[in-house]
Design a protein around this ligand. Structure first.
Ligand SMILES: [Cu+2]
Length: 144
């Protein structure tokens, strides 16, 4: 485990903190080619896949595989009742996330990542603040 440089190179500083908890036991990744619980943020201003279905307790990881910076920001009124709000940057509300972005807070740069564990079943809709107008939105469907 002396691959600190590689780890940072792949996940960037945003994901470094969560990496220890999220991937430490994951060397035998069951993703089978990058699928699984990962959503990629692309230079085409899309989340891929746009709709990801996972089970409760899953940690979803968003990775910026391109060069354009993005955010992962949940629509506050389009997540299940009782679910924890999530947004890259650690904001606790959609308004705070939008205000923070307007104020110049760094979004997820190239090679950066964000992750969130979904613990309540239902549909979670989210978007990218700078590219919302271009239709950069996504949905996580969480099943029991
Ligand atoms: Cu974006």
């Amino acid at each position: 485990m002396r691959t600190r440089r590689n780890v940072l190179g792949k996940f960037g500083t945003t994901g470094a903190v969560a990496l220890g908890a999220g991937l430490a036991g994951c060397s035998g990744d069951d993703g089978g080619g990058g699928g699984g619980n990962t959503v990629e943020m692309t230079d085409s201003l899309t989340f891929e896949p746009g709709n990801l279905t996972v089970s409760t307790g899953t940690t979803v990881t968003w990775e910026n595989g391109g060069t354009v910076a993005h955010t992962v920001t949940a629509y506050e009124d389009r997540i299940p009742s009782g679910a924890t709000y999530f947004a890259s940057g650690g904001y606790e509300s959609e308004t705070a996330a939008r205000d923070g972005f307007r104020g110049g807070d760094a979004p997820i740069e190239a090679d950066g990542s964000f992750e969130h564990t979904v613990d309540i079943a239902g549909s979670y809709e989210y978007f990218c603040i700078p590219h919302e107008g271009s239709g950069m939105t996504g949905t996580i469907t969480v099943e029991e």
